[in-house]
Write a protein that binds this ligand. Structure first.
Ligand code: COI
Length: 356
């Protein structure tokens, strides 16, 4: 992707980009939007391909009230992070995986998608243009949010006539307010996130609106988030609102297999490899609630949450706790294995890191 780099640098360097790091309270970053300098946009018509995008000042966008995304939810998003290394260089983690996932989602949602090269170029250009917002090493990361939406007008139900690809960024710290402390989950037994044949396996925006009600009810009761079950048997684990789930028993780690109702997380996939590399036996298979309640340790994975240990699960009013207090050993070991790679502190044997 050498020429992608060159083009991204060219796009970003045509702007006036102040280089000194922003004066922010880096120790207080949570997961909320911080306005940055630039965003990337690119448009195309239905049936055509994206051609050329541009960086514009970050801000509101204008959209027709009858846009496909507003009326019929024709939209996708992605999430990835840029880290600042000790030597000042900027690292991206497996960005082409996000590009490919967006292409797969676009196919499901009847949208044209940027190519892998276009996606990478847009991400890199946006990161470089907002370089001063990347937290110092160890203080967090720059969260990158690519969007793809039906921005053209439709009234009758149909794919929109025009599409917009947009990338914006925000410096972030920990996703859960618990920070790295274990989170408390409740198993949702009434509402479901996804159904077989539906869109649970792609990162469409509606999947996330669909979980707000159960998530809100859980938060009101003091839980961190909700764990969803499969809608057919109400017995197998699916995922948490914003992340995938893993259960640990002895030297064995299990996570629900990808079968169309679960988001194929890039952190999920990476943790499977990191765990195997660390000597664990990892299974992607149907995981029952019983296995969950009987586990030694439970943790969640996601770009935003990274590896988040679970301290307790509540199922039908019964609460099971893990690891007494504090972070489980396996979660800690995997968190460290993954984040050392992402921050450029460990040897990148897998070839996952893209350095800007
Ligand atoms: C991510 O982990 O990047 C996501 O897209 C989840 C989102 C709900 C924050």
């Amino acid at each position: 992707y050498g020429n992608v780099n060159a083009r991204a640098i060219e796009v970003a360097s045509s702007l006036s980009v102040p280089s000194e790091t922003v004066d922010l309270n880096w120790d207080n970053l949570g997961f909320g939007l911080v306005h940055t300098d630039y965003m990337y946009t690119m448009k195309c018509s239905l049936g055509e391909s994206f051609t050329k995008g541009e960086l514009v000042p970050f801000g509101n966008i204008e959209i027709n009230p009858s846009a496909g995304v507003l009326n019929y939810g024709q939209g996708l998003f992605e999430g990835l992070k840029a880290y600042r290394k000790e030597d000042g260089n900027i690292l991206l983690f497996r960005p082409e995986e996000n590009a490919k996932r967006m292409m797969a989602g676009a196919e499901r949602m009847c949208m044209p998608s940027p190519s892998v090269d276009q996606f990478l170029q847009a991400v890199k250009a946006t990161v470089l243009a907002n370089e001063r917002w990347i937290p110092p090493p160890g203080k967090g990361s720059l969260y990158i949010r690519p969007l793809l939406m039906g921005s053209g007008s439709v009234l009758g139900l149909a794919p929109a006539p025009e599409y917009t690809f947009l990338v914006y960024v925000s410096p972030v710290g920990n996703y859960f307010k618990e920070g790295l402390s274990p989170i408390n989950l409740v198993v949702e037994t009434e509402m479901h996130r996804a159904t077989p044949g539906g869109t649970g396996g792609v990162k469409t925006i509606g999947n996330y609106a669909a979980v707000l009600k159960a998530q809100g009810a859980a938060k009101a009761k003091g839980y961190s988030d909700v764990l969803y079950l499969d809608s057919t048997h109400k017995k197998y684990l699916e995922e948490v609102s914003s992340c995938n789930i893993f259960v640990v028993k002895g030297n064995t780690i299990s996570t629900p297999d990808i079968k169309g109702t679960i988001l194929p997380g890039i952190t999920r996939k990476s943790i499977i490899d990191v765990a195997r590399d660390q000597g664990f036996e990892v299974f992607e298979k149907p995981v029952t609630v019983d296995e969950l309640l009987d586990a030694d340790e439970v943790f969640c994975t996601g770009t935003a949450v990274v590896v988040s240990p679970v301290g307790s699960i509540t199922y039908l009013g019964k609460r099971v706790t893990y690891g007494n207090t504090g972070v489980g050993l396996v979660s800690q070991q995997l968190y460290s294995g993954l984040t050392r790679l992402q921050m450029g502190l460990a040897d990148d044997k897998m070839g996952w890191i893209v350095e800007l």
